[in-house]
Design a protein around this ligand. Sequence first.
Ligand SMILES: Nc1ncnc2c1ncn2[C@@H]1O[C@H](COP(=O)(O)OP(=O)(O)OP(=O)(O)O)[C@@H](O)[C@H]1O
Length: 575
Amino acid sequence: MGPIYSRYPLAVILLVTISAITNVLSALYIGDVIDHYITPLLSQSTPNFGPLLTATAVIGGIYFLGVFATLYSGRFMVKITQGIMQTIRDELFTHMEHLPMAYFDRHPRGDVMSHYTTDTDALREMLSQSVIDGITMIVTIVFVFLSMIFISVPLTLLVLLTLFLIFWLNRRIEGVGSRYFIKQQDSLADIDSAIEEMLHGEMIIKVFCQEEAVERAFAKKNDALFRQSTLANTTGNFVEPLIDNGVNIQYALVALVGGCLILTGISPLSLGALVAFISLTHKFLSPVDALGEQMNAMVTALAGAKRIFNLMDVPLQGTGGAPLKQPVQGHLAFKDVSFSYIPGQSVLSHIHLTIEGGQKVAIVGTSGSGKSTLIKLLNRFYPVVRGNISCDGQNLAALQLAPLRRSMGTVLQDTHLFSGTVRDNIRYSNPTATQTEVENAAKLACAHDFITRLPQGYDTPLDSTGLPLSLGQRQLLTIARALATHPPLLVLDDATASADTLTEARIWDNLRQNMAKQTLIIIAKRLDTIMDSDMIYVMDGGEIVEMGNHGELMAKKGLYYTLVMKNGNTDENPS
Ligand SMILES: Nc1ncnc2c1ncn2[C@@H]1O[C@H](COP(=O)(O)OP(=O)(O)OP(=O)(O)O)[C@@H](O)[C@H]1O
């Protein structure tokens, strides 16, 4: 445990206690000053102000101590709050990194982002303010209550009764408010998602002139946020005046009943004691008042905390298991594998597929037939619903995840690059790769030539969208990134689709010459690049409908034949 979590909370509790006690003492002392210093002065012919001045100095000292304690408790609380926020952000991020892919399918990016922004912000506000108020409230209530009983039991009972009524009303409204605040947080997350999506798709929106439609959709979400926020804050704002007025009525009641007690002599009470009691009543109620003021922040923060805890409760993907046998031979087998992203909507059914170590295998087929899904299952982004996949005879599901993924250099259709230099991006898969290894990977991927033509070569900085590189250049870089680890298995999902045909042909030549022993799985739409594969699997509608080498498949005159005849354009289902 770091110092923030062990030392500062104790200091805060101590300082807040000092602050609360000085607060009570000053109220009690005022009663004493009235009874023992001011009242005697009224009957003196030559008033002696000396004792009164001394008493005032004592009160000043008590106040000063209270102010000092309050200031420092706030200062320490800032450190605690920021420490907690840092931990929450760290833990959220670590948790998010290990969430299964299915979580991101169901939750838009903006929604996930809002856990780091609106939710944690609400929590920070509560921690920085409401926690101090909470501790102050408890300590103050204890000390004030004891002092009030000491002064007058009947008046204390009166305060408790009226307080109970205020609390009861407060709780009823709070219950309704909390529901609205959760809805408000959800609407905020919705807005975040919409903005995020709009920013990502800005160019597409403009190309299709969808600005107005996007604006309308945003306005609808904004309307929903307006409604939820108005409801939530109206309920919150209702509480404060209610408590304020309740409190004022309570003062008047205490003064009235206290005055009666003095005048009738039913309960012995001095004027100074009544003034002190009224002052204590105020101190007793101000924590409740503060609670009313903090209610909006607290309910919002609790809603935020709930969303954070919900995310933290999502089970993580298991990463442990048996070690992958080394050296990896690259023998892969799919045995009767079925899969669906959404229960009941089959994407792959009864896939049987065997790839020998060192084989060059192509998977082709119609759009949406499930080719990329096979790659995702190989990377264990999703668990198979039925059947099993093995690597060198070991069940994939029972293997340690990281070594498995490292053994598979995977190039996804997504050409995402990270902000950093070209070298950083190639090294992303293998941070210890030397400059020679980086260059070799780039040469194999036909990226070296264009990189050296860049003004800063391998040191050229890229932004998170991969600019200033073209889409084709980005794709070559993603291939180099996968090759930098010298993977025993290389999996390319339409990895050269954006490269020109000459470059594409050179890449395949390079891979064939330099990766003779490695297993190669290629998903391709341009069929001329995969014709000399050892084995070609043809997919349609989530099934493998044909398999064989190019010659065998052409002789069949089936789907593969049709795809080749249509100039390798597999985007359209010819059937
Ligand atoms: N994350 C997902 N959630 C739900 N359905 C999905 C998801 N990803 C893909 N699908 C669906 O699974 C099916 C197979 O998709 P997949 O991407 O594997 O096809 P593909 O053969 O690689 O297509 P393409 O050649 O167009 O890239 C499609 O019907 C697709 O809509």
